[in-house]
Design a protein around this ligand. Structure first.
Ligand code: MN3
Length: 227
């Protein structure tokens, strides 16, 4: 799908280009994909998200997708491809669903870690605020829509702030799906799979989402991706 590939590569956030997202583990050629390091300590997001949750999420779930993908692509036409090329090459192909799901979940999680920071939330940088005002009317309206979409995603999935052309939009995706495959440019994401919040919030997804948006969300990351 050369056309789709071109769209996706053009829309990749600058800080997620191949050097970052496609690190090769040269010590073990059968395991080409690795988990990029967390951008902060596992306890850096406390008390909103505990080190316990981050530990399981990063070291078990995220790593699980990496290990699965490495097994699934070994000896196939995908073995030497970057994560992005695997995602775009398998999107929408039922017979490649396992490869797509694991590859997309690696990308989504790396993007999710960067979408948060210690002492995040608060006022977005002026350039992002301007875009939010233009697209949603206000920062609050943007946050409300993001929260409402995150809470209403039925089952596992993701809520995203994206750039669609010149306009900011909020979209949700189910399971491993990622807006990259529809030509939109992801700016930030919130993981609403239960493993992201259940240890800390049990069934209270709305409390998790609102706390993330108020206290952790990394607006600077979103702005970098928008420029
Ligand atoms: Mn997750």
């Amino acid at each position: 799908m050369p056309q789709l590939n071109a769209i996706v590569m053009r829309h990749l956030p600058a800080n997620l280009k191949e050097t970052d997202m496609n690190k090769k583990d040269t010590s073990n050629s059968s395991s080409p994909h690795v988990s990029p390091p967390l951008p902060y300590a596992e306890n850096a997001l406390e008390p909103v998200i505990t080190a316990n949750t981050i530990g399981f999420h990063y070291r078990k779930h995220h790593k699980g997708y990496v290990d699965n993908l490495n097994k699934l692509v070994a000896g196939t036409e995908y073995a030497d491809l970057s994560l992005e090329k695997i995602i775009t090459g398998t999107a929408g192909r039922k017979e490649k669903a396992a490869i797509f799901n694991n590859a997309a979940q690696i990308w989504n999680h790396t993007f999710y870690w960067k979408s948060m920071r210690s002492k995040g939330g608060g006022e977005p940088p002026a350039a992002l605020k301007q875009k939010m005002d233009a697209s949603f009317g206000s920062v609050d309206a943007c946050k409300k829509e993001l929260a409402s979409v995150a809470v209403s995603q039925f089952g596992s999935g993701w809520a995203w702030l994206v750039l669609d052309g010149d306009k900011l939009k909020i979209v949700k995706t189910a399971n491993a799906d990622v807006p990259l495959t529809t030509g939109m440019k992801p700016l930030l994401t919130v993981d609403v799979w239960e493993h992201a919040y259940y240890l800390d919030y049990q069934n209270r997804r709305a409390d998790y989402v609102n706390a993330v948006l108020d206290k952790l969300i990394n607006w600077e990351f979103a702005l970098q991706n928008a420029s």
